[in-house]
Design a protein. Structure first.
Length: 397
């Protein structure tokens, strides 16, 4: 999809230069340390300590000089500002924890568990956990449960379909508008995780926040870097649940979808998803799954760019392709949201996760906030940015 040879060469050259400089500095420091450790005549412990302190200062200065050669003054200033920001945030949380007289365990939760919890919660992922720590009894996923799930899905999709939404507008060749549209395609997951929708970055570039995003991507998607990320985006944009739903719709029995290596639980999950596809195949074609695939691919693209696994230019290009596909397959933000609910339900069935009701609730709340807003709170980003109108085909004016 992308020609990244030139970018990779520049990155490798910069990395090699930095490694060589740091290695040289380290070797010099080690040599001086060894020389300092040799016994010297009439040298007191105070003299040795003073020389060691001078050596450490000189080595630190050398490291700063190397970084200064690699990064610009603006980047160095930003690094210093980030460090100061982190320290201020930690100091504030420590003060709050102390004033509340929390115990040691409570203090750790207070320091790192609240403001960053919205990221690790990631209701989009497999790890939807109860915040109160109490385990709820899982309902039996029998025929009655399936019927209730179908009824809830249909009611929720119907409610989303009745929300007011501006009429689609033509985007033409307005690249800025298309780029904004691509970012908003990640709206549901971004809203659930309290990510920013104002630009490509999902959060401020602070190490603790970056680590939280890395944890989400690795734990929930099994993605551990650039190659895994691009492979998953290619799958979602080229096959995804559009193909899966098609295969499940066309199969005459769930056994046709099995390869014989599944255990009993996997067989039940496949059969459950097959019944789902059979129920809705006449009402919803495979292309209706586009919103579910594209929404997740858009979120992965923004996460990957934020983590530096793909470049800004690559992310813009990927979102452009996803935007064109979304505009071709779907007609509105409402339909996009309905697709997301529909695909998410089939995914839950395949996972054997009975928490479908709460999951649909989170998705529906996020979509509603994006379409109509929530009073004085932030929201309504989809409402304020109409869906792209379909291009006219033929010679009619």
């Amino acid at each position: 999809m992308f020609d990244l040879d030139a970018i990779m060469k520049r990155a490798q050259s910069a990395q090699q230069k930095a490694s060589e400089e740091l290695k040289k500095s380290t070797e010099e420091a080690e040599a001086l340390t060894e020389k300092l450790s040799e016994p010297a005549p009439r040298q007191t412990e105070e003299d040795a300590a003073a020389r060691a302190e001078k050596l450490t200062a000189a080595n630190n200065q050398r490291q700063v000089e190397i970084l200064g050669q690699i990064f610009s003054e603006d980047v160095m200033a930003q690094m210093a500002a980030n460090q100061q920001h982190i320290q201020e945030m930690v100091d504030q949380r420590v003060a709050e924890a102390s004033s509340a007289a929390l115990d040691s365990v409570g203090m750790l939760n207070q320091l790192f568990g609240e403001d960053l919890g919205v990221l690790s919660a990631a209701m989009e992922t497999l790890a939807m956990e109860e915040e109160d720590g109490e385990e709820e009894e899982e309902p039996e996923m029998d025929a009655r449960w399936e019927a209730q799930t179908y009824a809830l899905l249909e009611e929720t999709m119907d409610r989303i379909g009745k929300l007011p939404e501006p009429e689609p507008v033509p985007y033409g060749k307005d690249t800025d508008r298309w780029q904004r549209f691509g970012i908003l395609l990640s709206g549901i997951v971004s809203t659930i995780n309290d990510h920013s929708l104002e630009g490509m970055d999902v959060e401020a570039h602070i190490p603790v926040l970056e680590q939280q995003v890395v944890s989400i991507v690795r734990r929930s998607w099994g993605i551990d870097g650039r190659s895994d990320l691009l492979d998953m985006i290619r799958y979602l944009s080229g096959e995804g649940y559009i193909l899966r739903y098609h295969l499940y719709s066309q199969a005459d029995s769930p056994e046709e979808l099995m390869d014989g290596d599944e255990d009993e639980e996997d067989q039940e999950n496949i059969a459950r998803a097959w019944r789902f596809a059979q129920r809705y195949k006449e009402q919803y074609p495979p292309q209706f799954m586009a919103g579910w695939d594209i929404g997740r691919a858009a979120m992965l693209t923004r996460w990957g760019c934020y983590l530096g696994w793909i470049t800004q230019g690559e992310a813009v290009g990927i979102l452009w392709e996803l935007s064109q596909k979304a505009a071709e397959e779907l007609y509105s933000w409402r339909e996009f949201a309905q697709s997301y609910l529909f695909g998410g339900t089939m995914w839950k069935l395949l996972c054997g996760d009975s928490a479908v009701a709460s999951y649909l609730g989170y998705l529906a709340d996020a979509a509603t906030s994006l379409i109509v807003g929530k009073g004085d709170e932030e929201g309504g980003q989809w409402r304020d940015f109409p869906w792209p109108a379909r291009r006219k085909i033929g010679f009619a004016p």
